[in-house]
Design a protein around this ligand. Structure first.
Ligand SMILES: [Mg+2]
Length: 409
């Protein structure tokens, strides 16, 4: 069998580039895309001009501003990014049906059987893909080409922005001897520290390490780690399937200030659950596993999940589970809370259990009604009245909160 040709397309500073593309005033400037620019939040993406100043993704906006006070903050537009990503993946599918969406701005393409239809070399094909994306959407990407996904991803990381690198067998050995282990996708800070402890610094070190030592230290993944160090990866590229890519849906919110106020915590939690439920319903999903993330004042974080026997898409049902997770894992509250997150996974489509109970039907009607109001007035205008009072079947009243603070019954 001939060697596989795998392409990894990675959009450059994706969210920030979309914003710069759409607003000429932002071009060539250090910008940060974040949640609500008025509240405390983290850097979701930054332009290359901001990166040059030392700003990185995941940093708090406060830290970023300390590095460069004039950095421009832009509120994120998730729908716009998802739409742009869909269009870009649609371009990828023109070159092969084997496109695996890896994240919102990355995809693997197996072009083994198709690249000759479009170009004289795999590099020419990559140039064609880059050109199509640039002309259609005004965005640049870095492309890595290699015999497998692991190396293709590694290659696209080697040159940014607008890069194009092909790794072939001819220079693989020299490359693995040069690159540190953490350049391998899947080797994070934690694993890197453990590997360094064992004297493993480069990819080649990892490839040479005795499998028995790696297995003794890391268990089952030991053997895979060794193969990664050798640049071996036999995983196939999946087929493009938009629906299969949705694994979970969630929202997180950084509170305006750290709090230990029970009402504020539960109120925020309820609003998050309502948002998650609304998104699930909008896309026709329901899920069985509800996860709670709490980040405390000192940035330490806990995550807990509970799986229930049936799939839910109601904000209130999600909240009931999330609230139990809070009671079980955060009581007494060890310190002030900085961020709350809720997500729902184990998603199924259109397979929600039919609810025969009158109460379920009532909840469903209420949810549809809330959705319609939110559609008209914007998300988060509608909140249930009581977050911290016991949720008896009769207490699901809701308030319509207008942006100016007007409260309707
Ligand atoms: Mg990227």
């Amino acid at each position: 069998m001939s060697e596989r040709v795998i392409v990894h397309v990675d959009m450059n500073a994706f969210f920030a580039s979309v914003e710069q593309r759409d607003n000429p005033h932002l071009r060539g400037k250090p910008i940060i895309v974040c949640g609500n620019p008025k509240s405390r939040t983290v850097v979701a993406a930054c332009s290359y001009e901001a990166k040059a100043l030392g700003i990185t993704n995941g940093m708090s906006v406060f830290e970023a501003r300390q590095l460069y006070p004039h950095v421009i903050l832009v509120g994120g537009n998730p729908e716009k990014y998802v739409d742009a990503a869909r269009r870009i993946f649609a371009i990828c599918v023109e070159f092969t049906p084997q496109v695996e969406v890896f994240s919102i701005d990355e995809a693997f393409l197996d072009v083994t059987g198709t690249w000759r239809l479009f170009a004289a070399t795999p590099e020419d094909l990559a140039r064609l893909i880059k050109q199509r994306i640039r002309e259609a959407h005004g965005l640049t990407c870095s492309i890595g080409i290699a015999p497998n996904k692991l190396l293709a991803k590694l290659a696209s990381d080697l040159q940014k922005p607008d890069g194009l690198i092909r790794i072939t067998d001819a220079h693989l050995t020299a490359l693995l001897a040069r690159l540190p282990v953490e350049t391998l996708c899947g080797v994070g800070e934690h694993l890197k520290a453990h590997l360094n402890d064992l004297g493993i610094v480069t990819c080649a070190d990892l490839g040479r390490a005795p499998a028995s030592m790696l297995t003794a230290r890391f268990g089952l993944i030991g053997a895979s780690l060794k193969r990664m160090g050798q640049g071996v990866d036999e995983r196939p590229v999946g087929m493009f399937n938009e629906e299969a890519d949705v694994k979970s849906m969630g929202h997180a919110y950084t509170l305006p200030r750290d709090t230990e106020d029970n009402e504020e915590i539960l109120g925020t939690l309820l609003r998050l659950c309502e948002r998650v439920g609304r998104r699930l319903r909008a896309d026709g999903y329901a899920g069985r596993t509800i996860s709670l993330t709490v980040r405390y004042k000192d940035f330490s974080m806990i995550s807990h999940a509970r799986t229930i026997p049936y799939a839910v898409d109601s904000g209130l049902r999600i909240y009931q589970v999330a609230r139990r997770l809070v009671e079980a894992s955060c009581r007494p509250l060890p310190q002030r809370v900085r961020l709350l997150g809720v997500s729902v996974s184990h998603l199924t489509r259109h397979q929600r259990q039919l609810s025969f109970l009158e109460e379920e039907l009532r909840l469903e009607r209420l949810d549809r009604c809330l959705d319609r109001i939110a559609d008209r007035f914007g998300e988060c205008c509608v909140v249930r009245a009581s977050a911290s009072t016991p949720l008896t079947p009769k207490s699901h009243g809701f308030l319509l909160k207008h942006r100016r603070g007007l409260v309707l019954g």
